[in-house]
Design a protein around this ligand. Structure first.
Ligand code: CP
Ligand code: NVA
Length: 297
């Protein structure tokens, strides 16, 4: 059974198929391929979009969900991750996990016979980026030759963006404060395959000619207070940043957004913002991801 842990585990064709299927199913009826499937959701961190879009999606596909929230489950606390995985495979057909340590979900997936989906870890957020790619394709057409500009923190969402840009070979410009850098192993992996990832500390240059401008919170869950927010101030996405991008550029944010911190209210609420389409697309993208994991016909 395939897992969905990181985008870099997928081939280009697999990722493109998932994106196409998401768009197809957004626009037309699809089979209830999860009838009688039982899905356990382990959420060690809060969630609105991910949890609800998985629950709604699974229910729409005929399946059933069982939530273990942060009060009931911290992986490896009450019993070993291995024992948890071995028990759950006796009951369920799939496990969706949002946890802190990426190693924990890796360990779980290594032991488990069930497909495991990464619903966000401290390291990556692949479901989000599939939905984002779907959103770009809907608004701007093919991803080929698109220029993506990322602003702010070098976090889990960016990690999945870097992986997507390597697999699909589009341009990714990262605008971040000095001293804040993406994962070094990822950058050297990316550079070997694709030279298009650039890191720039001059915010106005980052969005020059961009098709899509993206940001995320400066303080991810579990990270709060680790760095002073002041260093990020020049990287706020506001109208000066958007002015450098193409006229038809879109603005994306995975949400939750902190208005007038990483993005000005004006941009978030403005005409170029597609953040609620992006949130909706979580539902469609995850159906295609679950289809991939269940190897369904
Ligand atoms: N974007 C996203 O993953 O939102 P939640 O944290 O609300 O699930
Ligand atoms: N980078 C953010 C994403 C939230 C969906 C976090 O990890 O908190």
């Amino acid at each position: 059974m395939p897992n969905f842990i990181d985008l870099k585990d997928l081939s280009k064709d697999q990722l493109l198929d998932i994106i196409s299927l998401s768009i197809k199913w957004k626009n037309q009826e699809h089979s209830k391929f999860m009838t009688d499937k039982h899905v356990v959701l382990i959420f060690e961190k809060p969630s609105l979009r991910t949890r609800i879009s998985f629950e709604v999606g699974i229910n729409q596909l005929g399946g059933m969900t069982y939530l273990l929230n942060e009060k009931e489950m911290q992986l490896g606390e009450r019993e070993t991750i291995e024992d948890t995985a071995r028990v759950l495979e006796r009951y369920a057909d799939m496990v969706v996990i949002r946890c802190f340590g990426h190693d924990q979900i890796k360990k779980f997936s290594k032991v488990s016979n069930l497909p495991v989906i990464n619903a966000l870890t401290d390291f990556s957020h692949p479901c989000q980026v599939v939905a984002d790619l779907v959103t770009i394709k809907e608004h701007l057409g093919d991803l080929k030759n698109k220029k993506i500009a990322w602003f702010g923190d070098c976090n889990n969402v960016l990690q999945s963006w870097i992986e997507a840009s390597v697999i699909l070979d589009f341009e990714l410009n990262i605008g971040c404060p000095k001293g804040i850098i993406p994962n070094l192993n990822t950058i050297s992996w990316a550079n070997k395959i694709n030279k298009k990832i650039k890191i720039n500390h001059n915010p106005l240059q980052v969005s020059e000619g961009a098709d899509c401008v993206i940001t995320d919170t400066w303080q991810s869950m579990g990270d709060e207070g680790s760095v002073s927010e002041e260093i990020y101030l020049p990287f706020q996405v506001n109208k000066n940043i958007m002015r450098q991008a193409k006229d038809n550029a879109i603005f994306m944010h995975c949400l939750p957004a902190y208005r007038d911190k990483e993005v000005s209210s004006e941009v978030l609420e403005g005409k170029q913002s597609v953040v609620f389409d992006e949130a909706e697309n979580r539902l469609h993208a995850q159906k295609a991801i679950m289809h991939f994991c269940l190897n369904s016909n």
